[in-house]
Design a protein around this ligand. Sequence first.
Ligand code: SF4
Length: 397
Amino acid sequence: MPTTAVNNRTNLLGKTEAQLRDYFVSLGEKPFRAKQVLKWIHQAGISDFAAMTDLSVALREKLANVAEISAPDIVSQRDSKDGTRKWVLRVSGGSCVETVYIPEADRGTLCVSSQVGCSLDCSFCATGKQGFMRDLGAAEIIGQLWLAKHSFNTYDASRELADGEHGKITNVVMMGMGEPLLNFDNVVSAMNLMMDDNAHGLSKRRVTLSTSGVVPMLDKLSEASDCALAVSLHAPNDELRNELVPINKKYPIAMLMDSAQRYMDAVGGNKRVITIEYTLIDQVNDSLQLAQQLAQLLKNVPCKINLIPFNPFPLSDYRRPSNNRIHAFQRVLREAGHIAHIRTTRGEDIDAACGQLAGEVLDRTRRSERYRQAQGNSEGAGPAGAATAEPHIFARG
Ligand code: SF4
């Protein structure tokens, strides 16, 4: 397995077809080489230029001297009894991020991280507590899909998945660590590769970007991508959302929903819907009154609502609501005519459920240090270094 880049070679893994064309022209080569190399990298999973047999030997040797195909290092891989698989990946600089594969009856979803940590500090999310280090590069983002396919051996065309065997990746959700719209260019490049027929070829309905509401960048998204959209809402009014999702103070709900609607109008007209993510926190945002407010807020928004029972993490005062409260909240939404699903927890036994992801963020903001110190001082806060990281929520794509 290739390792993280430590030399001056150009890493081709995160380059889109257009970027590869420019690269080959800069080498004095024909631009059509881009499509050939793209297919080798993303459709065949090849990292050795010598194996790219439709390139001349001279070009293969040239590429081996100046370029490489390099993904993050896998630190660990764990399988849940429910088929969920979680990888801890070390990225350059030494921090770790996580990627999770979630199999369901009719799909296999890969949840991908976009940043090392997150600067937005949502109150229910332990990723925010870990602080922020840096954006992931496009190669580190698409590399998560590339590594997952290698891990399941799905690049081997001769290998057929046995009945009931997991491993086919049909959906990708940008809902791991980080706010994807704050790493716009790299996320867009990686999603471009996910959806490019010469690369991973996933449908635009099966690649989802989830945002907590960076409105100026959401307004730009339709110029660069037509992926599916999820909004991390978590509250139906600004007063409560300001507490849970602080970026709401800058871009309040009305502004966010208008922007989301503009995006949907631009990319797909009336056939596509926004996924609304709503983490249910006991006695905080799970009352029937708030369910009614949410139903009203979304009355004219083409959407489906994912209700995600909160997964507690150390030092959080929040609790998961009772099943009765969760179902009562769902009932209000359904009676108002909304599509509302309760997300079942997956991968809990390998700490891969929502709220259980544990990255290892070398934090520039020092927030993670304060958090770990508080953890150490807190009775029953859990083992040192086991801070859990709530990602954006895995949507049912
Ligand atoms: S929920 Fe998303 S935006 Fe908020 S802190 Fe966590 S990773 Fe960042």
